[in-house]
Design a protein around this ligand. Sequence first.
Ligand SMILES: Nc1nc2c(ncn2[C@@H]2O[C@H](COP(=O)(O)OP(=O)(O)OP(=O)(O)O)[C@@H](O)[C@H]2O)c(=O)[nH]1
Ligand SMILES: [Mg+2]
Length: 445
Amino acid sequence: MAHDSSSSPITGCPVTRIGITGLSGAGKSTLITAIINHLENARRGALTDHPGLAAIRHGRWHREIERAFDYDHALTALTSQPPSWPESTRDWSIARLTLDYQRRWYSLRPRRRCLELFDYPGEWLLDLSLLDWSFADYSAHWRDWLARHPRREIAPGLLEELAGIDPAAPLDPEQMESLSQRWSMMLADSRLPPHRLSRNLPGRWLMPGEGFDPDAMPFLPLPAAVEQPAGEYPQGSWGEVCQRHFAYYRDRIARPFFESHFGRLDAQVILVDLLGALRSGRAALADMRAALESILEPFRYREGHWLANLFGRRIRRVAIVATQIDHLLPADQARLTRLLDSYLFELTQSLAGKDVELRLFAISAVTAAQSREDGRGEPMLVGTEKSSRQKIAFTPPSIPEQMPHDLDLVIDDLPTLAPPAGLDRARPFPGRRVDGLLDFLIGEH
Ligand SMILES: Nc1nc2c(ncn2[C@@H]2O[C@H](COP(=O)(O)OP(=O)(O)OP(=O)(O)O)[C@@H](O)[C@H]2O)c(=O)[nH]1
Ligand SMILES: [Mg+2]
């Protein structure tokens, strides 16, 4: 377990803090629920496959803290008849647990640690790239992204209209309002199927969180501002207003979030919907990988770089986790791990030898599909369809072991499943590799 001299305000025990993030719908809340359930059921064998976790006797979740992760609510949803997934969450929360460990043979002292799982939207993590940008950099990135497929088609004409704005001209409030609306729609559409793109900055346009209103201080990228990195614009002009609002967002909204939370994290889990991206194909895969590269960029900086200090100094372990692999046949689940490895090879290489240990996982937090054989002995999966609640049988697409270098890979669509019936808090939930992930994060080796 990571060594940490800070201690928890409620119990006085040493604390390990782990950030858990992923874009909306990646499976954060379900995974945190499954982790708590596994730790609560340590005595019932939920962790026995891992020697690094064998000393954990008991995990207890704390309800009584501020902004507590709503485990009660998630349990109610998952264990009801019929069961449902936890509700979507819109802001950050903390799941705090105390873990009681077996005493060491030479010691009479009971051992206890505190574990905090910090659940926050991945959309906010993506804003990390923006912390290092000027308004001209921001405009340049968006100029490039909007010029390329599929964003070009998602928002036809938007780039041309933005490019037509003279940053020195007085801002037209009506045009600003209509462009802001199209901007927000472009971000929302980019995130959804069929596109499933990841880099939808600024993150708080999609996921504002408490106390932020994107309409109060709107800004748009202005391609014509790219040529003027010094950015001296008349008062009230497009350039002056957008640049000022951008700087406010970067310095007063995005940065403080990282400053108050990141310096304290020991490990970070980043959930990715790899199966979703594979259904959308090359552009989604490329965008997701670029997003991961920019998030992990601070770990590549030399010691002393302000972004490295903010983010990387303390975090020693990073797990990139493909979720919901229960949608695949068991043999394909194993292949997906190798595919993830092949997909992120360059990223893993670039962090080798750095101060951070990066590990890739493919998991299912709560397994919702069971494998069976059809009449001809062919393997298939059965589960309950999420919206109709009908029992379904399906043959999932097979997964290759390697990612083509040009990312030219698409798989067929998959059904969305309801949670399995019969989940009980007092027994470990069925899952895959939740314990392996925990072992990487907190195991004693
Ligand atoms: N089959 C399966 N589906 C899952 C699993 N985990 C999550 N899902 C699906 O993914 C959806 C989103 O899961 P959440 O845990 O709410 O994801 P989140 O990242 O917390 O989402 P937001 O709170 O909206 O940001 C669920 O409603 C399920 O449909 C899993 O382990 N197996
Ligand atoms: Mg959630």
